[in-house]
Unconditional design. Structure first.
Length: 278
């Protein structure tokens, strides 16, 4: 069994008070395997982004525990949490979050520069080759396409060799061709370099690149599919959110996603049980 890269243990997150309280997470427990791409899906307001933020240390849960490796991020001080995010976690966001006055090279290296670290030259060359940005490193964001900007963001997340990368709707602002390029890079970083990625997405095509898809509704995990295919994801989403995802008449699942040779396609697994941690 693969080691655990991250975990949630009975996570609860509420907003508001009294009659106006909203429970964004309702006792979520789940483990994330190292060296895998895990998609987190669900209707709008299901809690998928809140789960990612709590697990990544971007937000504090109301109760419960969240782990990066063996570290309970929910108990860390603000300073230690900042160090953890800087040294052990990478982030990719929908809006790219690039500094407009810096070149692509400077944007990629910015987190390392802030931490006072230098990139490993061989790893730098590997990352730049994988994302295909060798001839764009001296360009500023305004001189790059949306897909190229997101590839800069991907390289920035990967260059520090984090234990885990959290990606929040990484293809949400991209056209289909650019999205395919970014998803291919994420898939390759897992398959070739053993990177661990948790990706929040609403897109069945994006989820079909994952090794596993978790589905949330009303702050709880309600389904868990190993080796998801586009049709398996769309069928599940149509059940959870029928207005935005009409059902499909595809019959049985049509086998593995073409993006991964090792999968068997659409295998449901039991809902995650309580995580036992030290």
């Amino acid at each position: 069994m693969a080691p655990t890269a991250a975990a949630a243990d009975e996570l609860v997150k509420t907003y508001g008070t009294g009659d106006a309280v909203v429970k964004a997470l309702d006792g979520v427990s789940v483990t994330v395997e190292a060296g895998a791409l895990t998609a987190v899906m669900g209707p709008s307001g299901s809690g998928k982004s809140t789960l990612m933020h709590c697990m990544a240390g971007l937000d504090r849960p109301t109760s419960g525990r969240a782990f990066i490796g063996q570290t309970d991020v929910a108990t860390l001080t603000d300073r230690k949490l900042t160090l953890l995010r800087r040294e052990r976690v990478g982030f990719i966001f929908q809006q790219f979050n690039l500094v407009p006055t810096l070149t692509a090279r400077e944007n990629i290296l910015l987190p390392l520069a802030i931490a006072g670290r230098k990139p490993d030259p061989q790893w730098w060359d590997t990352v730049i080759d994988v994302v295909g940005l060798a001839d764009r490193l001296d360009h500023k964001p305004s001189e790059l396409s949306g897909g190229q900007q997101q590839r800069v963001a991907c390289a920035r997340a990967l260059v520090g060799r984090p234990e885990i990368i959290f990606a929040d709707e990484p293809t949400g602002n991209l056209d289909s061709m650019s999205a395919t390029e970014v998803l291919g890079f994420l898939r390759r970083s897992v398959d070739e370099f053993g990177q661990t990625i948790v990706m929040v997405t609403h897109d069945p095509v994006s989820a079909s690149y994952a090794d596993r898809a978790l589905f949330l509704a009303d702050g709880r995990i309600v389904d868990d599919i190993c080796h998801p295919t586009h049709d398996a994801v769309l069928t599940t989403m149509s059940r959870l959110d029928p207005r935005r995802h009409p059902s499909i008449d595809s019959g049985p699942d049509d086998g593995p996603s073409p993006h991964r040779a090792k999968t068997t396609g659409g295998e449901h697994v039991p809902a995650a049980r309580r995580v036992e941690r030290p």
